[in-house]
Design a protein around this ligand. Structure first.
Ligand SMILES: [Zn+2]
Length: 408
C-alpha cells in the first residue's frame, strides 16, 4: 500500500469499530479490521476518519478586507456598498494574496473541495478572477477549487457585466451564479443566468431571497425554470433567509417545490445571523433558514462559510465544523441523528450539491480525507473537534498535534 491508516473509526460506520484503511494510487483500495498489508502507516488511535469537508459557498476574492471598510450600520446594504467601494482598489496580486491566506486556513481545517463565488462587473473588471484563477493550480495538491462567477452589483442594471461574466466562463470559471436582489430586474437576471448556464452547459448557484420581506419568493421562479430546462440536480440557491420568516404552510409549499424541482439550498449561518434582524430593538429574528425541515421534505442542503473578515461577516476561521456547530445552536438541533445531519451537510450532502464523484470513505473513493479528534460525527459537531490530519488523493496535506495537558 502507498499508505495505511490504522485504528480509524469511519464516518457513517462508527458502529463497526476500529478499521484499517489501505490507500493505493490516490484511492481507497481496502477497508478491513486488522488489515494484513505493508506500507507507510499512520495510527489514528480510534479517531474519526471522514471524507474531506466540502465548502460549497465562499467568497475568497473579498475575504480579509475588514481594515479597508466601514461597518457602522452592519446591514446588507452597507456591506454591498462598502465592498463595492473597496474592490475598486483591488489588484490581481492583492486578491491572490488574500485568497491564498483564506484557502490555506480552509485546508488546515480539513476542507478538500471548494466552490468560490467570484464577482465581476465594470468596477473590478476581471482583476478578481485573475487573482483567484491561479489558486486553482497552485493549491491543487490540497484542494479542488472551482469558480462560480456572478454579478454582485446587478446584471441588467450594470452594462458590461454580462460580457465580463462570459469572458470569465470562457477562461476557467465553471459555474454561473446570481444575486437578483441587487438587480433592477430580478427575474430578468435569473433568465439571463439560466441562458448562460445552458450556453456553457454548466451548473447554477444563486444568491437568492436574501432579506426578511417575504411577500414574494424568487425561488418559485427558479424552480419553474429548473423544471422547464431539465436542470434538476444542477441548481443551488444560497441564503434564502426569507424562508426563516414565512408561515409553516408557506415554508412547506416552498420545500415541496424545491424538492420537486431538484433545487438544493445552502445555509450560510454566520452571515445570515450577522446581517439579519438588524431593524429590531428587541426579540431580534435569527434569520437563518431551518435546513433540517427542508431535508425532511427531500431537499438537499449544505452548510457553508460565505464571507470571512469583511463587512458581510467580520469574523471567521473558515472552519466548516464551526459552521455546523453554529447552525446547530441557531436551529435548535439536539437529537443525535439531527446533529449527524449537520456533519453530512458539510460532507456528503455538500458533495452531492457539487456533484462530486468518488467522494466518501468507501473502497474506490478518492482518498480525500480528514482525521478529527473525535470518536464519531455527532461528537465532532458537538465538541468542535480539531482536524489533526488531512489527505488529498492519498498524500498528507497538513498535520496538527493533539493538545495535551502538562500536569505538574
Ligand atoms: Zn455568498
Amino acid at each position: 500500500m502507498d499508505l495505511i491508516l490504522r485504528d480509524a473509526r469511519i464516518a457513517g460506520r462508527e458502529q463497526d469499530g476500529a478499521m484499517d484503511v489501505g490507500i493505493e494510487h490516490g484511492r481507497i483500495a481496502v477497508i478491513a479490521p486488522a488489515l494484513a498489508a505493508e506500507g507507510p502507516t499512520r495510527h489514528l488511535g480510534g479517531r474519526l476518519l471522514a471524507p474531506g469537508f466540502v465548502e460549497t459557498h465562499i467568497h475568497l476574492d473579498k475575504s480579509r478586507i475588514l481594515d479597508r471598510c466601514r461597518a457602522d450600520s452592519g446591514d446588507l446594504a452597507e456591506a454591498i456598498a462598502e465592498v463595492a467601494r473597496a474592490k475598486r482598489g483591488f489588484t490581481a496580486e492583492d486578491v491572490y494574496a488574500r485568497g491564498a491566506a483564506t484557502l490555506e486556513r480552509a485546508i488546515l481545517h480539513g476542507t478538500t473541495h471548494m466552490r468560490t463565488h467570484l464577482e465581476v462587473d465594470p468596477g473590478i473588471g476581471l482583476r478578481g478572477f485573475e487573482g483567484i484563477l491561479p489558486l486553482v493550480k497552485h493549491y491543487a495538491w490540497a484542494i479542488d477549487l472551482r469558480i462560480c462567477v456572478f454579478p454582485q452589483e446587478g446584471l441588467l442594471n450594470n452594462p458590461g457585466t454580462e460580457e465580463l461574466m462570459l469572458a470569465a466562463l470562457s477562461a476557467g470559471a465553471s459555474v454561473v451564479g446570481a444575486a437578483p436582489y441587487t438587480d433592477s430586474d430580478p427575474r430578468g437576471q435569473i433568465d439571463r443566468v439560466f441562458a448562460m448556464a445552458r450556453q456553457f452547459d454548466i451548473d447554477i448557484d444563486m444568491h437568492l431571497d436574501f432579506g426578511a420581506e417575504s411577500s414574494s419568493l424568487d425561488l418559485d421562479y427558479v424552480c419553474e425554470l429548473t423544471d422547464r430546462f431539465g436542470y434538476g440536480g444542477r441548481v443551488a440557491i444560497g441564503h434564502v433567509t426569507k424562508l426563516s420568516t414565512v408561515t409553516p404552510a408557506r415554508f412547506a409549499e416552498a420545500a415541496r417545490r424545491l424538492a420537486g424541482a431538484g433545487v438544493a439550498l445552502t445555509v450560510l449561518p454566520s452571515t445570515d445571523l450577522y446581517l439579519m434582524g438588524r431593524g429590531a430593538e428587541h426579540s431580534a429574528m435569527r434569520g437563518v433558514t431551518h435546513a433540517h425541515r427542508l431535508l425532511r421534505a427531500g431537499v438537499n442542503c449544505s452548510l457553508s462559510t460565505n464571507n470571512v473578515l469583511n463587512p458581510f461577516t467580520p469574523f471567521g476561521d473558515v472552519s466548516l465544523i464551526r459552521a455546523a456547530n453554529l447552525y446547530a445552536n441557531i436551529a435548535h438541533v439536539g437529537a443525535r441523528a439531527d446533529v449527524c445531519e449537520c456533519f453530512e451537510m458539510i460532507t456528503s450532502r455538500s458533495a452531492r450539491l457539487l456533484r462530486l464523484e468518488r467522494y466518501g470513505v468507501r473502497v474506490g473513493d478518492q482518498a480525500d480525507l480528514v482525521v478529527l479528534d473525535a470518536p464519531d460525527r455527532a461528537s465532532a459537531v458537538a465538541e468542535l473537534a480539531i482536524p489533526l490530519m488531512g489527505f488529498k488523493r492519498g498524500r498528507q496535506t497538513f498535520e496538527r498535534a493533539p493538545a495535551r495537558l502538562l500536569s505538574p
